[in-house]
Ligand binder design. Structure first.
Ligand code: GYE
Length: 340
């Protein structure tokens, strides 16, 4: 009996030790792992570096920004000699989760995911990890309390959204001498750029008592939604002097609504936004938009470099930062070639 008990203890400790070793394998991050522990690495390793089958899950393809991103991802796969499979979730979290599940069943070697929201795709990101597929998040991140870079997924490749919005706020503060009544059009609720841009803009504006945000609404990063919301908001706030839109598509919608209400954008009301779209650059050149801070959608080169580094066992940072620029009347014409 005693011998049996010690044998049992021994077997238990071997088993627990084994689990512990698997849990520590490849774990370079800090804190506890939020996903399941896999035997293929934490995050899963990529044992192949060439001839990869890449799966790209896009959240929606409804704007020049998204089309430029899709092209960049596809071009990157082509340049690397990889196979490329893409899905488009049409702006629905549930569809994106099933898209990712389908890419997992197609046994892609790598998953590139542009998640719609910070929490909506987390279950699928963790399912990919469980299936031993390394995930690279691009353009939008996941909520780090639910999934962690360097553990549950390899990295986030994207812009500094807080900084982008701070730069728009700074241009607006300067152009209005610190005095404005602002309508804020936010991006898709729950999406990283919507959350962080609002944070960046609002915190900067708060430093100037003459700068007042009179209304904030979600316009879903969408031109026509922004036009309609702006039309209604203008009735409640006819004395508005500035609009901050979370992307250039929303700014285009706001400009259309301002014109329809008999206001002159760029004179009666200053408009500032983010992306660096061709339409935004043209509005700046025409004097209807004050500023557009870029959010470069051409994330392919950084992403495929990260995939290659990871496949070769090099350390990949938890956040690969895309550097952005500020477009104003001073440089919009010269940068028209960089539009999309
Ligand atoms: O600014 C916007 C798009 O996630 C960074 O999403 C991206 C943003 C981009 O719809 O135009």
């Amino acid at each position: 009996m005693r011998r049996n008990r010690s044998l049992f203890t021994l077997m238990l400790s071997i088993l627990l030790g084994g689990i512990f070793l698997v849990g520590c394998g490849g774990n370079t991050g800090s804190g506890t792992s939020t996903g399941s522990v896999t035997s293929c690495g934490n995050p899963p390793i990529l044992s192949k570096s060439t001839g990869l089958k890449i799966g790209f899950s896009q959240n929606i393809s409804n704007s020049p920004w998204r089309l430029a991103e899709n092209k960049s991802m596809q071009d990157g796969a082509k340049a690397a000699g990889d196979t490329f499979v893409m899905t488009d979730a049409g702006g629905q979290d549930a569809k994106q989760v099933s898209d990712i599940q389908s890419l997992i069943s197609q046994q892609v070697n790598v998953l590139i995911i542009a998640p719609l929201t910070e929490s909506g795709e987390v279950s699928a990101i963790l399912a990919a990890k469980k299936a031993c597929i390394p995930v690279f998040l691009v353009d939008r991140d996941a909520d780090h309390s639910l999934a962690k870079p360097g553990q549950d997924y390899v990295t986030f490749v994207g812009s500094d959204f807080v900084k982008q919005a701070q730069l728009v706020a700074d241009a607006m503060i300067q152009a209005t001498n610190g005095k404005a009544k602002i309508i804020e059009l936010e991006g898709t609720s729950g999406a990283t750029p919507a959350i962080l841009r609002k944070q960046g803009f609002d915190n900067e504006i708060k430093k100037y008592p003459g700068m007042q945000i009179v209304a904030s609404q979600d316009a879903n990063f969408d031109r026509d939604t922004a036009r309609q919301k702006m039309q209604t908001l203008l009735q409640a706030h006819p004395d508005v002097t500035a609009v901050y839109a979370a992307n250039d598509e929303e700014a285009q919608g706001a400009i259309a609504a301002l014109k329809a209400a008999g206001k002159v954008p760029g004179k009666d009301v200053l408009v500032g936004s983010i992306d660096g779209e061709t339409a935004g650059l043209e509005s700046i050149i025409a004097g209807q938009q004050l500023v557009s801070v870029t959010s470069n959608p051409r994330l392919g080169p950084l992403t495929y470099q990260a995939i290659s580094d990871y496949a070769h066992g090099k350390k990949v940072a938890n956040w690969i930062v895309m550097q952005d620029k500020v477009y104003t009347k001073a440089n919009a014409q010269a940068n028209l070639v960089n539009g999309f």
